[in-house]
Design a protein around this ligand. Structure first.
Ligand code: KG4
Ligand code: ZN
Length: 360
């Protein structure tokens, strides 16, 4: 079966074709029209501009997705579209487009939760036949708008066991990145700068957090910042304290004329963010021993996080699944993947499907 997926919740318009063959899901096309250069001028996403850009792109990229997959609409067995959460005007573009196609061509329709979609990126098989996770597992959703730990009991039965109480991890990278001169979205540039900082701290590449923390730079009290991992048994995070402390540190250095070693700062900040995720997923594994771990969302592209999670999974003897980098950011193939399982569970929608800005 071919599934046509749509995503327009934030600043990428995406259409994709995923093919289900014997229960495995293969990406046949995944077209992503990024609006980042437009929003970059403003240092963040401007919702009205996002909606208009989605309207301009969606029809064209749908044609491209079908062409690249070598199919026509009559071959499509299911349409899946992100219906929540996200920017309401942006979401409405793909929801209405998908509803129109579904009703005009008599194709079944499912609305997909964007955050679940991120995790479902891990269900997509590469041509090389990579292993894919099967519930139950623990899932980390790490993006510009979300930081959550889920206990995924079945493909459609999820429990949130931890989440941020304020800012999301990607937002924490983007906002502080901007202050140190990195363009929106800052995540990827932050990742590179931190790698330079870790290298300076330890003298070698692929530094582990433990090696960094044992180094002189890793212990420098001048750069002391609070951890976003809340203390105690909770699996929750708070990034706002770290963000405020980082802003204060940057101001203090500016006022005292001190020079900011940007690479070492990026390393410290990254170590705290990655360390917090590692700590909380470690605690989640204490609570639910032996479950495999899936990590997804834009921030799951972070090289330091990927390395640290790999070593944690090895130490704990559990499976780890992180989608390839192009499938970590917003894309419609992941929405098609989640849509397939919603469809199997019978969660079909009709033309009354609506978009919602919130989580449900
Ligand atoms: O999942 P996503 O594409 O959109 C949302 O649903 O939010 O995530 C975007 C976020 C941005 O905050 C971006 O800075 C961050 O993912 N990001 C990264 C990296 N690449 C993208 N954060 C850290 N390290 C990266 N390599
Ligand atoms: Zn996303």
């Amino acid at each position: 079966m071919y599934i046509l997926g749509f995503e327009s919740s934030c600043d990428e318009t995406s259409a994709a074709v995923v093919e289900e063959v014997g229960g495995r899901l293969f990406v046949r096309s995944n077209i992503v029209a990024s609006q980042i250069p437009v929003h970059r001028l403003y240092g963040g996403v401007v919702p009205e501009i996002a909606s208009r850009a989605h309207v301009e792109a969606i029809s064209r990229i749908t044609g491209e997705a079908l062409r690249e997959a070598g199919i026509g609409l009559s071959d499509v067995g299911l349409i899946a579209v992100t219906s929540h959460p996200g920017l309401i005007g942006a979401l409405l573009v793909a929801v209405n487009f998908a509803k129109g196609l579904a009703s005009a061509h008599g194709i079944p329709l499912v609305g997909v939760d964007h955050v679940r979609g991120h995790i479902a990126a891990a269900y997509l098989s590469g041509e090389a036949g990579n292993e894919v996770p099967e519930p139950p597992f623990l899932a980390l959703a790490l993006s510009g708008g979300h930081t959550s730990i889920f206990r995924v009991k079945s493909y459609t039965d999820w429990e949130t066991v931890g989440s941020t109480r304020d800012d999301a991890i990607g937002e924490a990278f983007d906002k502080i990145g901007r202050l140190i001169g990195l363009e929106y979205p800052a995540g990827a540039a932050f990742d590179k700068l931190a790698a330079e900082g870790f290298f300076r701290a330890t003298g070698h590449d692929a530094t582990t957090l433990a090696e960094y923390e044992a180094s002189e730079a890793g212990r420098d009290p001048e750069m002391k910042l609070p951890s976003p991992a809340l203390p105690g048994e909770t699996l929750d995070f708070s990034f706002s304290g770290l963000k405020t402390a980082a802003i204060n540190l940057l101001h203090h250095l500016g006022q005292t004329g001190g020079e900011l070693p940007r690479d070492l700062f990026a390393a410290r900040y990254t170590a705290l963010c990655v360390g917090a995720v590692e700590k909380k997923i470690g605690q989640a594994l204490d609570r639910y021993p032996g479950l495999p771990v899936v990590a997804a969302g834009g921030v799951a592209a972070n090289s330091h996080l990927r390395r640290e999670l790999a070593s944690l999974a090895k130490r704990r003897g559990v499976g780890l699944f992180i989608p390839p980098i192009p499938l970590c950011g917003d894309n419609a193939a992941m929405i098609a993947a989640e849509g397939y399982y919603e469809y199997l569970a019978g969660n079909l929608q009709d033309s009354s499907l609506n978009a919602s800005a919130s989580d449900d």
